[in-house]
Design a protein around this ligand. Sequence first.
Ligand code: C5P
Length: 231
Amino acid sequence: MTERTRRAGISVAAIIPAAGSGQRLGGGSPKAFQPLAGTTLLRRSVNAVAPYVDVIVVAVPTAWCEVASEILVGTACPVIVVVGGATRQESVVAALAILPPEVDVVLVHDAARPLVPPTVVTAVLAELQAGASAVVPALPVADTLKYVDAAGQVVGTLDRTALAAIQTPQGFRRDILERAHRAAPAVATDDAALVEVLGIPVLTVPGDPAGFKITTPYDVVLAEALLGRDA
Ligand code: C5P
């Protein structure tokens, strides 16, 4: 138990989906296993949540379990490595299946978001500890978003003021996250979407631009520049 969770009397786990191939990023290994200024995305993302949780479950591609265990030696809390699935959702389900029984609250954090600052992690946890069932970090949308058809023709514009870009870690009461994944009607790109389908309110806390998802080589350049600035 960390000091934080012991005080609140709840047991917190983190699930790190890290089983994506990272095709848009390229490189010879899955995205989570690629280095960012010398340290893998996986290690950085695990380190970002480790001080605030009691156990971490990492979902990785089949052939990468041993490498993941080696990369994560010395993590500040116990780590369990499982084989992920064909989609992010399947990877989260695989991790949920082996959560220790005492876990009350779960943070799901993408391995692809290695620079999330502590303030975002603690803000999500604080709302869960205050009684929220589901909490996500949100940022205002800077660009104007439009519907575009297959021919490249604009067919509509969304109201930007009513939109938010959603990051991770997303935090949930364990029973609600399990129920949401059991009921999942379709493939979703985040866990909160499945909770929304159940009609359960999802609260937002302020996200942080540093919590962006590493997707393309441009994102790696940006992340390494940010790490260099902080060094
Ligand atoms: O592909 P994308 O970057 O949106 O994936 C978000 C996160 O989900 C990444 O950390 C990725 O490793 C993970 N993922 C997974 N299993 C998959 C696909 C993605 O754990 N099959």
